[in-house]
Design a protein around this ligand. Structure first.
Ligand code: 4NP
Length: 155
């Protein structure tokens, strides 16, 4: 039997970009009536247990989504068996995922923006050290990816 689709988004800290990708896909999947397991994680350990960056929370809230209950966690070997798709927000984190993938990984591991026409091969830039505009750009990119993923997973 084919496993139901499940998607894990991975950035570095799991407090800026991947929580927004999680929020966008949860909302787009709900809007499409698509039952999907969605989660996010970081390759780094620094923000485990922390809520998303206040700027990410504000960005999600501006789109009607409350992510204040999300908590940072680090990607772990069983994620590669539990999720059907693991999508990195940038190339460094994609390389990090490939380094830690266990031999019996079943997840399809790839770059998030490869799913967005016109943005293939590009990274979602890290907005952590930038201004609020960076978070708006992040939202636009992860929401475009969420829409494309829902189309792909409902096809
Ligand atoms: P994220 O952003 O990977 O989009 O969650 C970052 C958050 C924190 C750090 C780096 C990136 N940090 O170095 O603490």
């Amino acid at each position: 039997m084919l496993a139901a689709p499940s998607v894990l988004f991975v950035c570095l800290g799991n407090i800026c970009r991947s929580p927004l990708a999680e929020a966008a896909l949860r909302a787009r999947a709900a809007g499409a009536g698509l039952d999907l397991l969605v989660d996010s994680a970081g390759t780094g350990p620094w923000h485990v247990g922390e809520p998303p960056d206040p700027r990410s929370q504000a960005t999600a809230r501006a789109h009607g989504i409350d992510i204040s209950n999300y908590r940072g966690r680090q990607v772990k070997p069983e994620d590669f068996r539990r999720f059907t798709h693991i999508l990195a927000l940038d190339h460094d984190n994609l390389a990090g995922l490939r380094r830690i993938a266990p031999a019996d990984a079943t997840a399809e591991v790839g770059l998030l923006l490869d799913h967005v026409p016109g943005l293939a091969g590009q990274a979602v830039a890290d907005p952590y050290y930038g201004d609020d505009d960076g978070f708006a750009t992040t939202w636009a990119q992860v929401d475009a990816a969420a829409r494309a993923l829902v189309t792909r997973l409902t096809a």
